[in-house]
Design a protein around this ligand. Structure first.
Ligand SMILES: [Fe+2]
Length: 309
């Protein structure tokens, strides 16, 4: 049976240019049961498990997000009562999830008439949220298919060409930036709301602004993400732009100067050759983030420093 069901005409037309709905066949998969997710969270490095209260508004500022001081395992076991929002990051590091992710994206790409060999940096993020939780307004610097596994989710999506919603400066990348973006209620009339029930999903292309709320039950969902050569290039330019802005050197947007863009990509890759081997350790990742981008870059350690339990 196919993992993904989509309208091939719509998918071929919109795959990289606009959101659209899909269906999937993963809602009953054993790797998404709560007991399995407890074991997964306990096995992960602390900086790969982010959680906070889910009682937020779409425009909640990062510094105003209430933390939850509770062991990770207890939050998941009691997700029906903890009013929590949690993400388990980079679950593709676990072979079973990597296999699910790869099979899913291969299937989706083939049906959309896209060559899956162009997809790189496949990453999976599992979201575990209490009822009526909110993920504030933000953008993601990757291609994504968000699938709903348990409960209901409503994803409010906004035009990614509208710079009055999110400016080019706010699209720059930096570890010191919290993902949440400035939001005001007047934006809402520009949203398209996709309702996701179990076995539904939404194709969400690169950097389309969105915020998300869960329904009246706890929710489990997974972001199936990847990058294309174009996304890799844009991210390198936007990371260099964000880093240079931190040192007082604001830059033009990608595409304004192809020569400068190319130079930033070369510089990015040269720095990566030095830094990437060091980043394998969590301690070194934390030190590097703090040294280059300041203390805010480690924001997701939050109030609770305890290890997942
Ligand atoms: Fe997102």
């Amino acid at each position: 049976m196919s993992l993904v069901t989509l309208n091939p005409v719509v998918a071929r037309d919109k795959f990289f240019t606009a959101p659209f709905s899909i269906q999937h066949a993963l809602s009953d998969h054993s790797m998404f049961e709560l007991s399995q997710l407890v074991s997964l969270a306990q096995s992960m490095p602390r900086d790969k498990v982010e959680f906070n209260s889910g009682k937020l508004a779409p425009g909640t500022k990062p510094e105003d997000v209430p933390q939850i001081d509770m062991p990770v395992a207890d939050i998941i076991r009691h997700i029906e009562d903890t009013n929590a929002w949690m993400v388990l990051k980079n679950v593709e590091q676990v072979p079973e999830y990597r296999q699910i992710l790869k099979s899913f994206l291969d299937d989706a790409a083939r049906q959309a008439g896209v060559d899956p060999s162009l997809f790189s940096d496949l990453q999976g993020f599992i979201f575990i949220s209490s009822a009526n939780s909110v993920t504030p307004f933000h953008i993601d610097a990757e291609e994504n298919i968000l699938i709903q596994i348990k409960g209901d989710k409503y994803i409010h999506i906004f035009d990614n060409q509208d710079r009055t919603l999110i400016s080019e400066c706010d699209m720059e990348l930096s570890p010191s930036k919290h993902r949440n973006q400035y939001y005001e209620s007047g934006f809402e009339q520009r949203a398209t709301i996709y309702t996701m029930k179990e076995s539904d999903g939404v194709r969400l292309p690169y950097m389309w602004p969105h915020w998300v709320r869960t329904g009246d039950r706890y929710s489990i969902s997974m972001a199936m993400t990847w990058k294309t050569p174009e996304v890799l290039k844009l991210n390198k330019i936007r990371l260099m732009n964000g880093t240079l802005r931190r040192f007082g050197l604001p830059q033009s947007a990608p595409g304004v100067s192809p020569m400068r863009d190319a130079a930033k990509v070369v510089l990015h890759d040269a720095i990566g050759l030095v830094i990437n081997p060091i980043r394998k350790s969590e301690t070194m990742r934390k030190l590097l983030r703090g040294a280059i981008y300041g203390r805010a870059a480690n924001y997701y350690y939050g109030a609770s420093k305890r290890q997942p339990t």
